[in-house]
Design a protein around this ligand. Structure first.
Ligand code: ADP
Ligand code: ASP
Ligand code: MG
Length: 422
């Protein structure tokens, strides 16, 4: 017997028919003798719809009220799955975020889980009841509902898995694993049998939305075994226990697996594209100590994450242009804050562009090989794709380009790094 946390994403939960499919996958695991907790997302498109209502109500919405609206989608699917399981003769009940409770901080709309109380949950699972938990939602210290940031149900699932000390956390989605790049963009993408926490973390953080970034960092920290697999399967498909999807593994474990299979490590593991950032340029910022701090301090105070930053060389008057990217969802707030602090910062114009995309190549192989960035720049240049900003880490190179060139860039790089499937 194992204790398993299963998570089902939006497409898997989209409508009664799909929920019945999910219920039968869950029942199969229970019938195999496992203790099961299930974490669910809202139906596909539902959170977008709810966020749309918030924007219509108030463009500069209060994140705490946004959470009241946004958390509703998961409450519906949790109840529906519990009802469906009961209709199949299974014992099941829902546990809402405030009931468990899933305690978070008070960063509304992007709250962090601090603690999940697991006593009642464990007792219920041990009694053969399937626990159905809405993902994405939690409870703030002041007793208000919070949400965990878009895609947050993955993090809910990993946090529940850590809290109940699950043997495995299976993330069921609409693809059968993690690929070298989004298989919906590149038909020749290859499925990875294993990927390291570190690489998955980097891939997720640069836009590969198959797993939310925080879910990966939490899994890495809490040593949760995570598998990504498809919920779109037939009854005779291999059971999840045979690990038909992609396993997220430690670096040592991957090295051992590759050695056993006499495989060589690829230089690049994956490529990701992110269309959720916007570029801001402030022109003629004073080139003196403290000027850049004046730009970014108000954004930090508002919990706005700045990603890529470029500061141009000072022109003759001791002034410089500062370019950076922020999440598109924070663009309006960023503009408002920068206007508010215009005098303190001292800039001439604020130019924003939300038609950009960030393309990143990721791989631990980069640590020991030179020339990864050069290959990227050359492959893009050969296709006439202009690079607007660059950022790097130890195992990643990212470039900012025109959003219209996203698909072309990903395909070109997938071929350039020899990742195309046969
Ligand atoms: P869910 O609703 O199940 O959480 P998501 O839409 O959040 O599903 O994530 C699954 C999607 O992630 C896939 O449909 C795929 O288009 C996209 N994706 C992006 N990069 C990758 C990748 N490297 N491997 C697999 N899927 C990816
Ligand atoms: N429903 C939320 C979203 O769409 C959370 C999730 O599905 O993971 O972002
Ligand atoms: Mg998701």
């Amino acid at each position: 017997m194992a204790r398993i946390v299963m998570k089902f994403g939006g497409t898997s939960m989209a409508g009664s028919e799909r929920i019945r499919r999910v219920a039968s996958i869950v029942r199969r695991q229970q019938e195999a003798g496992h203790e099961v907790a299930v974490v669910v997302s809202a139906m596909a498109g539902e959170t977008d719809r709810l966020v749309g209502f918030c924007r219509e109500a108030n463009a500069l919405y209060d994140p705490a009220e946004y959470d009241v609206v946004g958390a509703a989608g998961e409450q519906i699917t949790a109840g529906l799955l519990a009802l469906t399981l009961q209709s199949m003769g299974c014992k099941a009940r829902s546990w809402l975020g405030w009931q468990l409770p899933v305690k978070t901080d008070d960063a509304y709309a992007k709250a962090r889980i601090e603690d999940i109380q697991s006593g009642a949950l464990l007792a219920s699972m041990a009694a053969g009841e399937i626990a159905v938990i809405p993902g994405f939602q939690g409870l703030s210290p002041e007793g208000r509902v919070t949400t965990l940031g878009r895609g947050g149900s993955d993090t809910s699932a990993v946090a529940v898995a850590a809290a109940v000390k699950a043997d495995r956390c299976d993330i069921y989605t609409d693809v059968d694993g993690v690929y070298t790049t989004d298989p919906r963009i590149v038909a020749k993408a290859r499925k990875l049998k294993n990927v390291t926490y570190e690489e998955m973390l980097e891939l997720a953080s640069v836009g590969s939305k198959v797993l939310q970034t925080r879910s990966v960092s939490l899994a890495m920290k809490e040593k949760v075994r995570v598998q990504v697999l498809s919920s779109f399967i037939d009854d005779d498909a291999p059971a999840a226990d045979t690990l038909p999807g992609t396993m997220i593994v430690g670096d040592d474990e991957l090295a051992r697996i590759q050695e056993d299979m006499e495989m060589e490590r690829q230089l690049i593991t994956g490529i990701a594209a992110d269309k959720n950032e916007a570029k801001i340029t402030l022109t003629r910022v004073a080139d003196r100590p403290g000027a850049v701090a004046a730009v970014f301090s108000p954004l930090a105070a508002a919990s706005i994450n700045v990603d890529m930053i470029i500061q141009n060389i000072a022109k003759d008057k001791g002034e410089t242009d500062v370019t950076f990217t922020v999440p598109k969802a924070d663009l309006l707030r960023t503009q408002a804050l920068l206007e508010e602090h215009k005098d303190a910062i001292g800039y001439y114009r604020l130019i924003s562009d939300d038609k950009v995309a960030k393309i990143s190549v990721v791989g631990v192989g980069m640590r020991s090989h030179a020339g990864v960035a050069a290959t990227m720049f050359k492959a893009l240049a050969d296709r006439g794709i202009n690079i607007q900003a660059i950022s790097t880490s130890e195992i990643k190179v990212s470039v900012l380009i025109d959003q219209d060139e996203t698909e072309l860039a990903v395909r070109v790089l997938h071929t350039a790094y020899a990742l195309d499937a046969e």
